[in-house]
Structure formats: C-alpha cells, structure tokens
Design a protein around this ligand. Structure first.
Ligand SMILES: O=c1[nH]cnc2c1ncn2[C@H]1C[C@H](O)[C@@H](CO)O1
Ligand SMILES: [Zn+2]
Length: 341
C-alpha cells in the first residue's frame, strides 16, 4: 500500500500557505531580511514551527502561525513560499491544489492586500511552469478581523477572480467568533460570484456548519468534524451536495476530536457525505498529503477505491475553472489506469 500511496494522483483543497513554510526557507528569509528568530538551530526552529504535543485547542494551535507570518511580509517571501509549497505538493503527485492565505496578515511592512495576492499568484504560476501541477488561490478572511477589513479582502479576491483566485474562506478562532459575525462579508462574496468555503464545526458546533451554508453561502465546509451532532445539518449537506474538507491530523492536534480513532471521516464517507482529504498545514501539523493518505489506510481501512472516490469528490468540488475539470479527471484516470486500480 505504501508504494501505491506514493504514486496515487492527489488533489488538495484545504492548505494554508502560512502553515506550510519550509523551516529552512524561514531561516533564509529571516537572515536576508534581518529578522531575529527565537531559535539557535534549524532543528529548534522546526520544533517551534510545529504544534506542540501538549496542544489543547485550536486557539493554541493558531499561535504557531505568528512566527512564519513575521517572515511573510515581502513580495520575495510570499512568492518563494508559494512556489515551494506547490513544488512540494507536485512531488507528492498532487495534480491540483488550492492554496489559502489571509492577505491582511501580510500587510505589516507596507505590502497591500493586492500586492500579497499578486506575489502568491506569481509563486504558484512559477511552480506550474516547472511541474505538472495546477495551483489556485483562496483568499481567507479572519474571524477576528472586522467586517470592514474582510470586505476589503473579498473585493480584492473579486478583482483577481479567474486570475489565480478561485474562492474565499473564513478561518481563525471559531470558538470566540461565530460565523454569523461575517454574514455581510460572504453575502457580498456571493453577490460578486465568488465561491465560498467556511471553516466550521472544528472548534465550534454543528450549528456553525448550518449557519455557514444557510447564511454565508458556503459551497464547501472546512473540517466540519462535528457534523455528527446534528442530523438535520447532515441532511442539508447531503441534499445540497456540499462536501467536507477533512484534515485528520490537524483535527487530532486541535482537539476537534478526542482521539484519532474517534475521527468521523469513515462514517461520513459511508453515509454519502462528500469527503475530501487534506493536509491543512504541512509544517505546523508536521504532515503532508501522503502522510494523511497513509493514516487513512492504516487507521480507517481506506483502500484504493476509497482514495479514488475522495479524489473524484474533490475534483467535483474544486473551485477551478470548470473547463479544466475534464482535463484534470482525465489525468487522474490515466494514472489510475497505470496503477491498475
Ligand atoms: O484549521 C484551522 N482552523 C482555523 N484557522 C486556521 C486553521 N489553520 C490555519 N488557520 C488560520 C491561521 C492562519 O494564519 C490563517 C490563514 O492561513 O488561517
Ligand atoms: Zn484550515
């Protein structure tokens, strides 16, 4: 199964740029830009960039983003980090990736929201030229930012829609900032024709999943782990064909589930809820898509047929230009044929 997992064609819909910075790159940028890092060695830096084993909540996990963000304040840094992320994914045979980031988190040293989008877009485009990956951007709004700031992010996303940006998202502290606070923001996204995905049911209850769909126009749900709490919400996702972007390792770390064994991914798959498999944050969660697939094979009896199913569901749910989907599906089919699965 290991070799098969390495060779499987993959697709990733939920991946945060600031959670995927290579430690060596962070060290390089810090040196280049004269930023002092609180670590004496690469090993120490790598440890600081990862969620600690003692992590007890999402709020605690979110602290791990402060360090990489310090070194993600210039066009050079954003372009390089985006390119490297897409290259790392391509090496895992990821054929399509949606990379998300909150442009406002990158404006501390004078970059504008639009500068940040342009730089990430340039990095992804560079990786597309060098590898066989298609890479797109999702503009993330932060739950702790004001409605006004998030409206600005959505307007910037609209400007780049079809030019690298394919959607908008809501992320951050779900425990203290419920989705309805940002209803106006995603009302606007809908009016502007931007596809919406919302982190919900991770550090908050299934009611947030319902709100994300019914009031924030979500077409996909980030995590949605706690969907099991509400049969009505399950029915809603099933009826509207709204899939979950599941990130199993991340959910164990943030305590969205009590233990790995209690993760509901298998039961959602069996109940006909759309499930997709994602890394969330490669560096912060110390994972990648290959490790996530391996985890599913080892602990949730995922077989080749299950991996095919989740890939097809992800292709269907991708925000990529619709005209690219048949080509993407063809690429996957070609590789499955080669693997005889
Ligand atoms: O899993 C997550 N849940 C909620 N927010 C998250 C998660 N992973 C990353 N974020 C936040 C922290 C980052 O700074 C921000 C933008 O990528 O999104
Ligand atoms: Zn996330």
């Amino acid at each position: 199964m290991n070799e098969l997992i390495n060779r499987l064609p993959k697709i990733e819909l939920h991946c945060h740029l600031d959670g995927c910075v290579r430690p060596q790159t962070l060290a390089d940028i810090a040196r280049r830009e004269g930023i002092e890092l609180p670590a004496g060695s690469l090993e120490e830096l790598t440890t600081l960039m990862k969620v600690p084993p003692s992590c007890s909540s999402l709020v605690e996990a979110l602290k791990c983003f402060e360090l990489p963000l310090k070194c993600m304040q210039t066009p050079y840094a954003l372009e390089r980090i985006a390119m490297e992320l897409a290259e790392d994914a391509a090496r895992e045979n990821v054929k399509y990736i949606e990379v998300r980031f909150a442009p406002h988190l990158h404006t501390e040293q004078g970059m504008t929201v639009e500068d940040a989008i342009v730089s990430v877009g340039a990095g992804l485009a560079a990786a597309e030229k060098k590898t066989d990956i298609i890479a797109r951007m999702i503009v993330t709004c932060m739950r702790n930012h004001s409605v006004e700031v998030n409206i600005e992010a959505v307007r910037a996303a609209a400007k780049f829609l079809g030019k690298g940006v394919v959607g908008v998202d809501l992320a951050g502290d779900e425990e203290n900032f419920p989705p309805e606070l940002h209803e106006k923001v995603f009302q606007l996204a809908d009016e502007l024709g931007i596809p919406v995905t919302i982190h919900a049911g991770e550090a908050g209850g299934a009611n947030n999943i319902r709100t994300a769909v019914e009031r924030l126009h979500a077409r996909r749900i980030g995590h949605g782990v706690r969907l099991y709490e509400d049969a009505g919400a399950q029915q809603l996702l099933h009826d509207r064909n709204i899939p979950l972007e599941m990130c199993v390792t991340s959910n164990v770390q943030s305590k969205a589930v009590d233990s790995l064994e209690k993760h509901p991914i298998r039961s959602y798959l069996e109940r006909g809820i759309g499930v997709t498999v994602n890394s969330d944050n490669r560096t912060v969660s110390d994972t990648d898509l290959t490790k996530e697939y391996q985890l599913l094979a080892d602990h949730f009896q995922f077989k080749a047929a299950d991996f095919k199913k989740v890939a097809v569901q992800a292709i269907e749910a991708a925000f990529v230009e619709p005209e690219l989907k048949p080509e993407l599906l063809r690429k996957f089919q070609e590789e499955w044929d080669k693997l005889g699965i």
